[in-house]
Ligand binder design. Structure first.
Ligand code: ATP
Ligand code: MG
Length: 190
């Protein structure tokens, strides 16, 4: 039984072996975007590679399981948001936080010190116009060649999808909250 995924791509006989860092997008409404990105960071960590993440929604105040894990093993995760509260009173403060996260992300990307950088939930501040998509495209274009850049969040801008090498859409089939009202649980959601 073949277990390879089906593909229409037939490599030409003279195909050169290419090595480059990938632009990876985990998008869609289903669960698993952030954890898949973090899973890849852990895989890279296992290889002795250097990775970090900027989290654009998660706040400094709340500790998520992935942040605690990252701390324990020495992966830097910088929270630069105000949590998953969509009813924030002072939106200009949220915008400033997102822009500060973006400033840090740009520094980290151009430093050339990393093999993997995750911009977790960056799609939201991009959608809200707080981070300019043209600027993100420019940073992607000029990123260090071997850097793998992971972007997560719902509704990824089609222009980002266009330039990405690997795009996965998480599709919600069932969610314990949507179907049964089960709220977020430790170790599963946070
Ligand atoms: P994870 O962090 O578990 O990988 P994710 O990054 O794909 O999930 P987000 O879109 O960032 O998910 O959503 C944050 C939280 O919202 C997750 O903990 C997820 O379980 C929860 N969530 C996702 N879909 C729904 C839904 N339909 N109803 C309620 N909560 C949801
Ligand atoms: Mg997420």
């Amino acid at each position: 039984m073949p277990i390879n995924p089906p593909t229409d791509f037939t490599p030409p006989p003279n195909l050169k072996r290419v090595r480059k860092g990938l632009v990876i997008i985990n998008t869609g409404n289903g669960k698993g975007k952030t954890t898949a990105g973090f899973g890849m960071m852990i895989r890279a960590w296992g290889r002795g590679m250097n990775s970090m993440a900027v989290q654009f929604i998660k706040s400094e105040k709340s500790k998520y399981g992935e942040q605690l894990a990252a701390e324990k093993i020495g992966i830097e995760m910088i929270p630069s948001g105000r949590g998953f509260s969509w009813t924030s009173k002072d939106l200009s403060e949220d915008e400033a936080l997102a822009q500060n996260g973006w400033r840090i992300a740009k520094e980290k990307i151009s430093s050339g010190e990393y093999d993997v950088i995750m911009l977790d939930e960056i799609t939201y501040p991009v959608t809200w116009g707080w981070i300019n998509v043209d600027e993100v495209l420019d940073v992607i274009k000029n990123k260090p060649k071997m850097l793998n850049l992971i972007i997560t969040g719902r509704d990824a801008d089609p222009r980002l999808v266009d330039v990405a090498d690997l795009v996965t859409e998480m599709q919600e089939i069932k969610h314990p909250y949507a179907d049964q009202g089960i709220t977020a649980q430790k170790g599963v959601e946070f």
